[in-house]
Design a protein around this ligand. Structure first.
Ligand SMILES: Cc1cc2nc3c(=O)[nH]c(=O)nc-3n(C[C@H](O)[C@H](O)[C@H](O)COP(=O)(O)OP(=O)(O)OC[C@H]3O[C@@H](n4cnc5c(N)ncnc54)[C@H](O)[C@@H]3O)c2cc1C
Length: 309
C-alpha cells in the first residue's frame, strides 16, 4: 500500500524538523523520514542558538520531534534511498515502504570526513574540535593545536587565535612553501607558532587530550586540537532528481533560490544539505522559510487548478 502526503521531509535534524513544524501547523499532511544520525551527535552541548545555548543536541531534537507530533506530523526512523519524479514524487524507504508526495524537502545534512590521524575520530566533538563558534568559548585560553589538512587550514589557525593566545599550527602534510607569504605574516602577527612535520597521533591520558605526537616521536603538549574535516554534502537524492549543483571549496551544494527551492520544481533543500555554513539556528531558519513557502505554493497551485477547471 502506498501512503500519500502533501510533503515528505527527508532528514529530521534542525532543518527538517523546522520545515515540518511550519507545515504541520499549516495543516499539511507531512511525513518526516529520519535516519537519526545528526551531524553534531558527537558533541555533548550545542552552542550559539539563542535561548537554547548549551542544550544537548539530542534533547533539542527530541523537543522538536514532540512539537511536530502535536500538529499531526508523522515521523519514521528510516532512510530514503530513492525519489522518482513523475506527476508527483515516489519516495522509496530502505525499510521497503514507498510513499507519494507533492513536494519534497531535502534536509539530509552533511557528513564530516576526518583526517586519518590516530585519536582524532575518537575525540572528535570533545577535545578535537572543528568550529570555534560552537566550542571556542568552552576551551578558551587553553593550549590549542591546529592540525593542517590543506593550505586553507591557515584560516582556522588564525580564527582560533581569537579564543587562545597559545596556538600551535601543525603543518602535518602541508609544506611551508604552500603557505602564502601574507598568511605566514598573519600567523606571526597572531602569535601562532608553526611546527613542520607529519602528525602521527593525538595523545590522550585519562580520557583527556594531552598532546600531539609527530612522526619523529616529538610530543607537543596541547589540551585541544582543531581540525577541518572534509565536508561531504549528502546530496545523492538531489543528484538522482537531476538538481543542479555548484562547486564550493567545501563541496558541491545545490543551486537554490532564497527559499531553498532547487532547480527541480517541487524540491527544496535546506540546512547543511544546502550549504556548508549552516549552523543549527540557520538550518532551522532555512527549514521554516522552505516550509512556509511550500504551504503558500501548494495553496496557490490548488486554487489555480480550481479556477481553470
Ligand atoms: C561536533 C560538532 C559540533 C557542532 N556544534 C554545533 C554547535 O554547537 N552549534 C551549532 O549551531 N552548530 C553546531 N554544529 C553544526 C550542526 O551540526 C549543523 O549546523 C546542523 O546539524 C545542521 O542541521 P541539518 O538539519 O542541516 O543536518 P543534521 O543535523 O545533520 O540532520 C540531518 C538528518 O538527516 C538524516 N538523513 C540523512 N540522509 C538521510 C536519508 N537519505 N533519509 C533519511 N534521513 C536522512 C540524518 O541521519 C540526520 O538525522 C556542530 C557540528 C559538529 C560536527
Amino acid at each position: 500500500m502506498t501512503d500519500t502526503y502533501e510533503v515528505v521531509v527527508v532528514g529530521g535534524g534542525a532543518a527538517g524538523l523546522s520545515a515540518a513544524l511550519v507545515l504541520g501547523r499549516a495543516r499539511r499532511r507531512t511525513l518526516v523520514v529520519d535516519a537519526g544520525e545528526p551531524r553534531n551527535a558527537p558533541a555533548a552541548h550545542m552552542h550559539g542558538y539563542l535561548s537554547r545555548d548549551g542544550m544537548p543536541p539530542a534533547e533539542f531534537l527530541a523537543v522538536g520531534r514532540e512539537e511536530i507530533a502535536r500538529y499531526g506530523v508523522e515521523l519514521v526512523r528510516d532512510r530514503v534511498v530513492d525519489i522518482d519524479k513523475g506527476d508527483d514524487f515516489a519516495v522509496v524507504l530502505a525499510g521497503g515502504r514507498t510513499v507519494r508526495a507533492r513536494r519534497i524537502v531535502v534536509a539530509t545534512g552533511l557528513r564530516d570526513e576526518l583526517p586519518p590521524v590516530a585519536g582524532v575520530a575518537e575525540r572528535f566533538g570533545r577535545d578535537v574540535l572543528h568550529c570555534p563558534y560552537c566550542h571556542g568559548w568552552e576551551v578558551r585560553d587553553r593550549a590549542f593545536g591546529v592540525l593542517a589538512t590543506s593550505a586553507l587550514s591557515v584560516h582556522q589557525a588564525l580564527m582560533v587565535s581569537q579564543w587562545s593566545g597559545d596556538v600551535t599550527f601543525f603543518l602535518h602534510t602541508v609544506t611551508e612553501e604552500e603557505l602564502a607569504d601574507d598568511d605566514l605574516r598573519r600567523l606571526a602577527a597572531a602569535g601562532v607558532k608553526v611546527v613542520a612535520g607529519e602528525v602521527a597521533e593525538v595523545v590522550a591520558e585519562d580520557d583527556r587530550l594531552t598532546g600531539v605526537r609527530l612522526a619523529d616521536g616529538t610530543v607537543h603538549e596541547r589540551a585541544v586540537v582543531f581540525v577541518a574535516p572534509r565536508a561531504v554534502p549528502q546530496t545523492a537524492l538531489l543528484l538522482r532528481l537531476g538538481a543542479e549543483l555548484r562547486e564550493t571549496p567545501f563541496g558541491a551544494y545545490p543551486v537554490v533560490d532564497e527559499t531553498g527551492l532547487t532547480s527541480v520544481p517541487g524540491v527544496w533543500a535546506v540546512g547543511n544539505a544546502m550549504g556548508f555554513a549552516e549552523q543549527v539556528v540557520n538550518a532551522a531558519a532555512g527549514g521554516y522559510r522552505a516550509g512556509a513557502t511550500i504551504n503558500g505554493e501548494l495553496l496557490m497551485s490548488d486554487l489555480d487548478a480550481a479556477v481553470h477547471l
